[in-house]
Design a protein around this ligand. Structure first.
Ligand SMILES: Cc1cc2nc3c(=O)[nH]c(=O)nc-3n(C[C@H](O)[C@H](O)[C@H](O)COP(=O)(O)OP(=O)(O)OC[C@H]3O[C@@H](n4cnc5c(N)ncnc54)[C@H](O)[C@@H]3O)c2cc1C
Length: 423
């Protein structure tokens, strides 16, 4: 039986995260955006409330949340502010590749001390380089084995929380000529000699999150800082993004939903031509479209996360959820501004900050063009067209995408017979 209800435990996590967001993020979002300093006090509160380091198992001092739980927290954070959400959720991004690959010894040595303690700690995910953005397999940060150590040389950019990170999750290559087959995954202590951090000084929105460029000059790390196997770094990065894109989608859902609420409150109160503007269909139809986007985005997001919790692959679903939810966030915040007219454009109200924040969600963790590319390739891969004497048979081979009608045989369609007769 299909059940859309959250479990008691999930509802509790969502309520806790939403209360946190409404109490500590919503009222201070503007201040945090303009402060230009890391929100340490807020981070402490989020850490104390068990809302950070979602996937670290309880055995290693983490909250042991599921992927669905993470989308509930992400939605609540996104509802509060995109920048704050990015700051706190970046730990999930940096920890996921390590959690996928770590041996029990590495979990004890690196992950447990990170999640333990009274104060929050941060890690940064370092995949992007100046010449390797969407083309993540083009990384040039070199890892060279030297006795019992690895030596790291190269430069990463746009690393969220890179400046305050305790350690860096670095995607390296042992041989750039090998492309994705040469990639590896290393954990690098941020305080080691040879590491230089330069801040990305200014950006359009999400200013309560901070990015750094990180240069590695002959940085020496112990052998056990290699996570997983050499040659599988690209695979680990993709496995990570399959999971964390559901988190970014959730952030988009939160922004999209907040935009509906802000617009609805305004439309109920603002009177023009003697009536609240919500009484005009031109406005109420917009609200309906906005709510519909948020609602569809939420279910696509939770479904893509639920697949992970079931141990199933979710590449296509998380890509679709990511682009749909973050496009929804963008459109809803634009519509919110439109509904609020001149007030939407003014900094006195939150709509313009929400819109600037939403824009980033369409770009990071793989732009929405790349999400469509990934989803499109997955669809083509799981679709089989077999030519028969009598016509053709279309079937979907992917387990997660059952064709409700099953394999079909039919008449040769026009385009098929025409292309055949040309041969
Ligand atoms: C605020 C912020 C925080 C970030 N945080 C992190 C982080 O913590 N760690 C990290 O590693 N990275 C991070 N990033 C980097 C982010 O993931 C990249 O910016 C993103 O993946 C795009 O790469 P790019 O900027 O190099 O753009 P490019 O790859 O140069 O793309 C430019 C444009 O070309 C399009 N394009 C490229 N290839 C194709 C294609 N094949 N088909 C169609 N269109 C294509 C893109 O969609 C885009 O519109 C962050 C970025 C920002 C701005």
């Amino acid at each position: 039986m299909v059940d859309f209800a959250l479990s008691k435990q999930e509802q509790k996590i969502f309520d806790t995260a939403m209360e946190f967001s409404k109490k500590y993020i919503v009222p201070y979002a503007r201040e945090l955006e303009e402060a230009d300093e890391f929100p340490w006090k807020l981070a402490q509160l989020a850490f104390d409330a068990g809302l950070m380091n979602s996937h670290v198992p309880t055995k290693y001092s983490g909250p042991g949340h599921s992927m669905v739980d993470e989308t509930l927290i992400g939605e609540a954070f996104g509802y509060g502010d995109g920048g704050v959400a990015t700051t706190f959720m970046a730990n999930n991004l940096a920890l996921t590749p390590l959690l996928i690959t770590a041996t029990p010894e590495q979990m004890e040595k690196y992950i447990k001390p990170f999640a333990t303690g009274k104060e929050p700690q941060f890690a940064a995910f370092c995949l992007t380089e100046r010449e390797a953005g969407s083309d993540a397999a083009a990384v040039k940060t070199l890892a060279t084995k030297d006795g019992d150590e690895w030596v790291i040389n190269g430069r990463k950019c746009f690393s969220t929380n890179g400046h305050i990170a305790k350690f860096l999750t670095v995607f390296t290559t042992v041989d750039p000529t090998k492309g994705y087959k040469g990639m590896a995954l290393h954990l690098v202590d941020k305080e080691l000699p040879g590491i230089e951090v330069t801040m990305l000084e200014d950006k359009l929105g999400q200013r309560a999150s901070f990015q750094a460029e990180i240069e590695f000059k002959d940085v020496r790390i112990p052998d056990d800082c290699l996570f997983g196997e050499v040659g599988k770094g690209f695979k680990y990065a993709m496995q990570t993004l399959d999971r964390t894109r559901a988190g970014i989608a959730a952030l988009g859902v939160g922004i999209a939903q907040r935009a509906v609420h802000e617009a609805a409150i305004f439309a109920n109160h603002r009177r023009q031509f003697g009536k609240p503007i919500g009484a005009y269909q031109g406005i109420s139809f917009m609200l309906a479209d906005m709510e519909s986007r948020a609602m569809h985005a939420r279910w696509a997001t939770r479904y893509s996360a639920w697949l992970v919790d079931q141990g199933q692959r979710n590449t296509k679903e998380s890509s679709c959820a990511k682009f749909f939810a973050t496009d929804a966030a963008m459109q809803n915040t634009l519509d919110c501004i439109q509904i609020m007219g001149g007030y939407g454009y003014a900094k006195e109200y939150p709509a313009e900050q929400m819109m600037r924040g939403a824009k980033l969600t369409q770009i990071y963790e793989g732009t929405n063009q790349i999400q469509r590319l990934v989803a499109g390739q997955a669809i083509l891969k799981e679709t089989q067209v077999t030519e028969l004497d009598t016509g053709f048979r279309l079937s979907y081979s992917g387990k997660d995408y059952p064709d409700p009608w099953g394999p079909r045989e039919g008449k040769v369609p026009d385009f098929w017979s025409k292309s055949k007769s040309k041969k």
